[in-house]
Design a protein around this ligand. Structure first.
Ligand code: F6R
Length: 588
C-alpha cells in the first residue's frame, strides 16, 4: 500500500524523507518519489523500483527545508515514473494514499477546462482540482475544503503549494495519516514507524480534518474550517522494537517475539487467574458475527470454534469483503467482532460501519493503537503484538488467537480455564527453538502443497497454506480432510507434499484415515499433532506440547509459520515484502 511522508522545519528535508520512506517499505511498493523546494520552485524526483534507486538519482545535499515523499503501490496505471507520486499540476504538488473513486468523472470535467494530465493515476485529479479552484480562490484552506467535497473514496494527502512554500498541508478520509513533531519541525506520515527515528510524539488526523504545518507550529481545522485542538500522543514502543535486532528478516524476528506477545496480551487482560477491568463484559450477547480478511479471517474461524464450543453461543465467521455486501440478520443480542491487525483494512472497516448503521454493537480486536477500526468500534480490545513490519502477519495472529481464547473463557463464564494459560510461554519457546529446516527442505522445490485437517485444525491449515503461498509463492491449498474424497484426492501423487494437522483426540482417527489414503497414493506427509503416534502414514512429524484445547491453536500455528519462513528462505524469496502484497489493504 502507498506510503506518505512529509517534513517542514529547520533541517534538510530530503535525508529525513528518505529515512522515513525506508520505514514504509514494508507496506509494499513498486516506485517512489520526493518533492522538494529549490529557488522557490517545487522539484520532483521519482523512480521505479526500490528506494535505493531513488536515492541513486537524488542529491541529498539539496538544502530544502520542506518536502514530500511517497512509496507507490500501483492501482490506477502501472508502475512507471509518470505514474509515481508526487504529482504536480499548476501550483500544487501532492502525494496520496488511497483511491479516488470518482476520478474519471472529475478528470473528464477538468479536461473540458483545458487542464492537462500527465499520468494514468486517479491521484492526479487532486492537484488538478486544487489548482483549478485556486484560480478563482486564493485561500488554500478553502480550496482544500472544496476539493474534499468534490472527491469520493479513501485518501490521505500531503500538499505543497508553490505560492506558499512555508506551509505543508495534509488531509485524510479513510486512509491513515499522522502528524508528528520534534525539536526541528513537523512531519506527516502514514504510520508511526516512519517517524520513530526522529520522534515518538504524534497526533492522529481524523477523517476530514486538515492539518497546516509550519516549521515551528501546526494548526488543525475541521471541514467547516474552524480551528480544532488535537491531543499529542506518545508512542510506547522504542525505535529498537522496529529494528531487526540481528534477525535476517522481520518475519523471523516477529515469530520469535511470540512468547512475549502471548504474555503481554495475557497480562493486559488477566491477573492472578482473574480478568482485569480491561476485559469488557459480554454477557448480553447470544449471537456473534466475527469478520476479518486474510489471516484475520482465519483467526476468526479459530474464535468461532472456541467461542461456540466453550461458551455455547451461536458464532459465524465471515470474510469482510463478502459480509459487507450480503444480507445479514441481526437482533438485539448480536455482537459484531471485527478482527484486524492494522485496524485500517478497507473491507473490515466497511463491515464495521455496516453493523453500526444497523445499530448493532461492535467490538474491534486490533493491534495498531488509534487505528480507524479501533476508534470507530463501540468497544476495542487491543492485542499486544507491538509493531508488525513483515507483510505476512505472524505475531499479531498469535496475539489475536490468544485474545479469542480469553473471550471464549469470558463468554463461557468458566473462569477456571484461565489457569490453563499459565506457562504457555515456555511451550511457545520450545516450539520456536525446534529446527524446521528439514521440513522446509522437503517442500521448497515442489509446486503443490496440501494442508489437511478438520474443524479448528482446518482453520489452522488455511493459515498455514496462506503463509506458505504468500511468502514462498508455492501453490498451497487447505482442504478440510473430509472433503478430500469429493474431488481433491485426484491431485495426489508421489510428487505431492501434504501437511496433516490433527490436535483433537475426538477426530484423530478420521484425519489419520485420510492421511493413510494420501500416503498410499505416494504423497510425502508431514504430520503435526499433539499425540505421539508411531505409525507409517507419515514421513515426518512435529509433536506439539499437549495443552488445553482452549489455547492449543496458538501453539500449532508456530510450526506452520516457521516452515513457511524456511521454505521462502530456501527459495530466495523477498520474505518481508512478498511481491504484489501490501501490509495494510486500505482500498477495496
Ligand atoms: C497474511 C496477511 C493478510 C492480513 C489481511 C488483513 O499474512 O497479513 O492476510 O491478515 O490483509 O489485514 P488486517 O489484519 O490488517 O486487517
Amino acid at each position: 500500500m502507498c506510503g506518505i511522508v512529509g517534513y517542514i522545519g529547520k533541517e534538510r528535508a530530503i535525508p529525513k524523507i528518505l529515512n522515513s520512506l525506508k520505514f514504509l517499505e514494508y507496506r509494499g511498493y513498486d516506485s517512489s518519489g520526493i518533492a522538494y523546494v529549490k529557488n522557490n520552485k517545487v522539484n520532483i524526483i521519482k523512480e521505479v523500483g526500490k528506494i535505493k534507486a531513488l536515492e541513486n538519482i537524488l542529491d541529498i545535499n539539496i538544502d530544502s527545508k520542506i518536502g514530500l515523499g511517497h512509496t507507490r503501490w500501483a492501482t490506477h496505471g502501472g508502475p512507471s515514473v509518470k505514474n509515481s507520486h508526487p504529482h504536480k499540476v499548476g501550483k500544487f504538488t501532492v502525494v496520496h494514499n488511497g483511491i479516488i473513486e470518482n476520478y474519471l468523472e472529475i478528470k473528464n470535467e477538468l479536461l473540458k477546462n483545458n487542464i492537462e494530465f500527465k499520468s494514468d493515476t486517479d491521484t492526479e485529479v487532486i492537484p488538478a482540482l486544487l489548482d483549478f479552484y485556486y484560480r478563482s480562490d486564493k485561500n488554500i484552506l478553502s480550496v482544500i475544503k472544496k476539493t474534499i467535497n468534490r472527491i469520493k473514496g479513501s485518501y490521505a494527502v500531503g500538499i505543497i503549494c508553490e505560492d506558499d512554500i512555508n506551509h505543508l498541508y495534509a488531509f485524510r478520509c479513510g486512509s491513515p495519516l499522522i502528524v508528528a513533531k520534534d525539536d526541528s519541525g513537523y512531519y506527516i506520515a502514514s504510520d508511526v514507524p516512519a517517524i520513530l527515528s526522529f520522534t515518538n510524539k504524534y497526533i492522529i488526523l481524523e477523517e476530514n480534518e486538515i492539518a497546516v504545518l509550519e516549521s515551528n507550529r501546526c494548526e488543525f481545522y475541521n471541514l467547516n474550517l474552524n480551528k480544532i485542538k488535537k491531543e499529542i500522543k506518545v508512542f510506547e514502543g522504542t525505535y529498537e522494537t522496529i529494528m531487526l535486532n540481528g534477525y535476517d528478516h522481520y518475519m523471523l524476528k516477529e515469530i520469535h517475539e511470540e512468547g512475549k506477545v502471548f504474555l503481554d496480551t495475557l497480562n493486559y487482560y488477566v491477573k492472578d487467574n482473574s480478568f482485569k477491568d480491561t476485559m469488557i463484559n459480554l454477557k448480553k450477547y447470544k449471537r456473534i458475527h466475527i469478520v476479518g480478511c486474510g489471516s484475520a479471517y482465519y483467526v476468526g474461524l479459530i474464535g468461532e470454534y472456541l467461542i461456540s464450543e466453550f461458551a455455547n453461543i451461536e458464532v459465524t465467521c465471515e470474510v469482510a469483503s463478502e459480509y459487507r455486501y450480503k444480507k445479514v440478520f441481526y437482533n438485539d443480542s448480536t455482537l459484531v467482532i471485527i478482527i484486524s491487525q492494522s485496524g485500517e483494512t478497507a473491507d473490515s472497516l466497511a463491515a464495521l460501519r455496516m453493523a453500526k448503521e444497523n445499530h448493532v454493537d461492535t467490538l474491534a480486536i486490533v493491534n495498531v493503537v488509534g487505528s480507524s477500526i479501533s476508534r470507530e468500534a463501540d468497544y476495542t480490545l487491543y492485542v499486544k503484538a507491538g509493531p508488525e513490519i513483515a507483510v505476512a502477519t505472524t505475531k499479531a495472529f498469535l496475539a489475536q488467537a490468544t485474545l479469542l481464547s480469553l473471550l471464549a473463557i469470558k463468554l463461557s463464564g468458566k473462569l477456571e480455564l484461565l489457569k490453563e494459560l499459565n506457562g504457555i510461554e515456555n511451550k511457545i519457546e520450545y516450539l520456536l527453538n525446534l529446527d524446521y529446516r528439514d521440513y522446509a527442505k522437503e517442500i521448497y522445490n515442489h509446486d503443490n502443497v496440501f494442508y489437511i485437517g478438520r474443524l479448528i485444525d482446518y482453520a489452522l491449515c488455511q493459515e498455514g497454506a496462506l503463509k506458505l503461498k504468500e511468502t514462498s509463492y508455492i501453490n498451497a491449498l487447505a482442504i478440510s480432510s473430509g472433503e478430500l474424497k469429493h474431488g481433491t484426492i485426484s491431485l495426489i501423487n508421489d510428487n505431492t507434499r501434504v501437511v496433516g494437522i490433527c490436535t483433537k483426540k475426538e477426530i484423530m482417527s478420521k484425519t489419520i484415515s485420510n492421511l493413510k489414503e494420501i500416503k498410499s497414493r505416494g504423497a510425502y506427509v508431514i504430520f503435526i499433532t499433539n499425540e505421539d503416534i508411531e505409525d507409517d502414514f507419515y514421513d515426518k512429524k512435529i509433536i506439539i506440547p499437549k495443552v488445553h484445547d482452549i489455547i492449543e491453536p496458538i501453539l500449532t500455528v508456530i510450526p506452520l509459520q516457521l516452515i513457511a519462513y524456511n521454505v521462502a528462505k530456501y527459495r530466495g524469496c523477498d520474505i518481508d515484502k512478498p511481491r504484489n502484497l501490501a501490509k495494510s489493504v486500505t482500498v477495496e
